[in-house]
Design a protein around this ligand. Structure first.
Ligand SMILES: C[S@@+](CC[C@H](N)C(=O)[O-])C[C@H]1O[C@@H](n2cnc3c(N)ncnc32)[C@H](O)[C@@H]1O
Length: 243
């Protein structure tokens, strides 16, 4: 009863096993596709701000942050700010760390909404394209020797943009931390006619991720995290930095 060690062993083996269950994975994918007709991912908030993610992805990211305890979290793609505030609030609980958020569009009201929290001093917001050399210079200047750095890519989801981001931000991630390539699901679902986008099957974060993984051996897919997500926008997109 309440044997935590055994609980963890069982949990991991179930997560890996369920990922091989084609029927269950199809059910999960169907859920994501069908619920997206109602913008299911728009229906959640973190401490009051919209967070444009699925609940499983939010929980998984919380687990990564709590376990890996990064000194710096960099996210491209802020939107309403819920994800940035989530990372900063967790770092506040951990008592250490900063968040850099980058978005091409950063309306003043969104900026103010993110600055209302007691821990907002942990957040730096940058307006501009995530691949703009001037933005990259500012981000690099924030990284001090010995810092543990985690990166989440959630901006423009075209192959070319994400590949550029991977090449620019991938080297910033430090061993033991994570590189999260969001919206890899675009490769696995039919083109989204209800929300036309410049990305789709063959041109998306997953295709960029696999091209990048052919260029570097610093990252590995994590079968436990990827196995347990199921209802996710980010299948196979949680990469562990191993060297
Ligand atoms: C999916 S939303 C981000 C959602 C957010 N991470 C969350 O979890 O709530 C994508 C964001 O990327 C931004 N974006 C699009 N192209 C960009 C670019 N080239 N550089 C930076 N941000 C970009 C958009 O303005 C939008 O706010």
């Amino acid at each position: 009863m309440f044997d935590r060690k055994q609980f963890e062993i069982d949990k991991r083996s179930n997560a890996v096993a369920q990922n091989k269950d084609e029927g269950l994975r199809k059910l999960a994918l169907d859920f994501v596709v069908q619920s997206d007709r109602y913008h299911y991912a728009y229906q959640w908030t973190w401490l009051g701000l919209p967070i444009v993610q699925l609940p499983a992805d939010i929980l998984a990211t919380q687990e990564l942050i709590w376990d890996a305890k990064p000194d710096l979290i960099i996210e491209t793609g802020i939107a309403w700010g819920g994800s940035i505030v989530m990372y900063a609030s967790l770092l506040e609980l951990l008592g250490n760390g900063e968040v850099i958020g980058i978005d091409r569009v950063l309306p003043q009201h969104n900026r103010e909404a993110m600055e209302q929290y007691s821990f907002s001093q942990r957040i730096t917001l940058l307006e501009g394209s995530s691949t703009d050399p001037a933005i990259i210079d500012v981000v690099k200047a924030k990284i001090k020797p010995g810092m543990k750095v985690m990166v989440l890519l959630d901006s423009n989801h075209t192959h070319d943009h994400v590949l550029d981001e991977l090449r620019l931000y991938g080297p910033m991630v430090t061993p033991g931390q994570w590189l999260v390539v969001s919206d890899t699901i675009v490769e696995d679902i039919p083109p989204q006619t209800h929300r036309p986008r410049p990305w789709g099957p063959g041109n998306n974060p997953k295709t960029a991720m696999y091209e990048y993984l052919r260029e570097t051996d610093r990252f590995e897919e994590d079968e436990y995290i990827n196995g347990k997500l199921l209802m996710t926008f980010t299948p196979n997109g949680f990469l562990r930095c191993v060297k």
